[in-house]
Design a protein around this ligand. Structure first.
Ligand code: GBH
Length: 499
């Protein structure tokens, strides 16, 4: 690693240590050279199939786990909202692309609805209309000079696969592999960047431990670990399929995605606790892929084993990879895709139910009461955490090529979204410092989100779009927010406008 890189880290540590609750400007931040984006930096916007498409039961699409959850448990979703129509992008995608083009975005990250491609869940029946829809979208993007980044799976798997256990069944690894082959074969000539699975940790904790997201299973302490185990294998199977069957023909890349908060020690006393939080939450899926030795982080294996034993389990609740899988998963990424929104301060202690991944860590996460709020109670505005976590990722995992694949903030819906502009401006500044001062290899940035969309359990209440969508209007009219115009300027100028 370069000298600038480690120097950057020491500066950062100082900076973080002395700024835990201030929002004052550092000199470093507003220097002209730190406001300009590197040449060829990719500006993009992101969405996900279930959150925008609608058309949930037409054109041959099968039922997804999210269709099932919102229809059977309206009580679990704000206002009983559903993604049945969402932003109607299945029909209005050309408008979405026109907006991207107008604003100057060079790339669009979208996801594919697995049951739209495979309505039975299996590769025995490929839905031609589903295949065609994504060709149309991709062609429309490319005709407008916008590069697609394709996420294979953003939380909506075929319900029929869930009926057979979903991410808890290790056959899912091969079902996902079959699906991935179809996607690569079909779109590989047009799409050069693939992300396999959006936010493994969120899927497994919310879907299989806390049960607040589809499929709504409450299997805390075991479910989330079994789920991640199969998600990691599935990711690697997809990666290896691309590598062996498609790479030489299509010359694209397949990345792995991680959702990260920054876990900053509340003070120096808690450095070890913050390191544990990093290993548990981020190392959990990153160490198996990017470390030299592969597998789960040693500290994590030990802690979960100890707790399991103390709780009377016969063996660790953390499943074990054999040598074959350790080697198979290790190295399975051409780039690192990072979703980042917010931070936590870490102290020692415990939290979460027993048993759970949360509790196993033996740390406590706190929210600094000085941090600015958003419309989502989990999301506080902590720009300095962005630099902190980017440096930590680079340092721990050999500074891989990175794309920020989500970053953004919610409000309750306004066209005059000055708070969103503030968020983007301050987070982007921290990202540029990570690039220039710390040498973190960041190639592009996708904001979340292009459109106000179905925000999972929060329904349509919490809005993340730079484009307002009128959910009262059957035509789902789109209106540019002030932040959209701000982005248009930033992209055109290639630099952050500070006022
Ligand atoms: C991303 O998740 C998703 O990829 C995207 O689809 C979503 O729209 C976007 O962020 C905004 O939320 O309520 O305390 O239990 C971000 C990571 C993981 C953050 C689950 C919220 C629930 C926290 N999310 N988490 S809590």
């Amino acid at each position: 690693m370069s000298a600038t890189f480690s120097l950057g880290i020491s500066i950062l540590l100082l900076l973080v240590a002395f700024s835990s609750s201030t929002s004052g400007k550092d000199d470093v931040v507003d220097e002209e050279k730190h406001l300009r984006f590197p040449p060829n930096f990719v500006f993009g916007a992101a969405t996900a199939a279930y959150q925008i498409e609608g058309a949930w039961n037409v054109s041959g699409k099968g039922e997804s786990t999210w269709d099932r959850l919102v229809h059977e448990h309206p009580d679990r979703i704000y206002n009983g909202d559903t993604g049945d129509v969402a932003a109607n992008s299945y029909y209005q995608y050309k408008e979405d692309v026109a907006i991207l083009k107008k604003l100057g975005f060079k790339s669009y990250r979208f996801s594919i609805s697995w049951p739209r491609i495979l309505p039975t869940g299996f590769a025995n029946k490929i839905n031609a209309e589903g295949i065609q829809y994504y060709h149309n979208l991709i062609d429309e993007l490319k005709d407008n000079g916008i590069e697609p980044m394709l996420t294979l799976y953003h939380w909506d798997h075929p319900q029929v696969l869930e009926d057979m256990g979903g991410w808890l069944n290790d056959e899912m690894v091969y079902w996902f592999g079959d699906y991935a082959s179809i996607i690569f074969r079909e779109y590989g000539s047009k799409v050069k960047k693939f992300v396999t699975i959006n936010e493994p940790k969120a899927i497994c904790k919310n879907g299989y431990s806390l049960g607040i997201h589809a499929p709504g299973k409450r299997l805390s302490g075991l479910g989330e670990y079994m789920c991640i185990h199969n998600v990691l294998k599935s990711h690697a199977v997809a990666y290896r399929i691309y590598d062996s069957e498609f790479r030489s023909k299509f010359h694209g890349e397949v990345g792995v995605l991680v959702d990260v908060m920054a876990y900053m020690p509340e003070n120096f006393e808690f450095d070890a606790a913050a390191e544990t939080a990093f290993q548990f939450n981020i190392g959990w899926t990153m160490h198996p892929i990017f470390s030299k030795e592969g597998d789960y982080p040693p500290a994590m294996k030990q802690l979960v084993a100890n707790r399991s034993k103390a709780e009377g389990f016969v063996k660790s609740r953390l499943p074990v990879f054999d040598e074959y899988w350790v080697n198979f998963i290790r190295g399975s990424a051409d780039f690192l895709a990072v979703n980042h929104y917010t931070s936590r301060l870490v102290v020692s202690g415990t939290m979460g139910q027993i048993p759970s991944h949360e509790h196993d860590q033996g740390v406590r996460e706190i929210i600094d009461s000085f941090w600015k709020s958003s419309a989502s109670n989990w999301l506080k505005v902590v720009p300095v955490g962005f630099r902190y976590i980017l440096v930590q990722l680079a340092k721990n995992y050999g500074n891989p090529p990175m794309y920020i694949t989500e970053n953004g903030v919610s409000d309750l819906g306004t066209l005059n979204d000055d708070d969103r502009i503030y968020y983007y401006r301050e987070y982007l500044k921290q990202m540029l410092i990570a690039i220039y001062e710390d040498g973190v290899d960041i190639r592009g940035y996708y904001l979340w989100s292009l459109l106000d969309n179905f925000e999972w359990n929060a329904g349509y209440r919490e809005r993340f779009g730079i484009v307002f969508v009128d959910y009262e209007d059957p035509n789902r009219q789109r209106m540019l927010k002030k932040s959209a115009s701000w982005w248009q300027q930033v992209i055109a100028a290639g630099k952050i406008e500070t006022n």
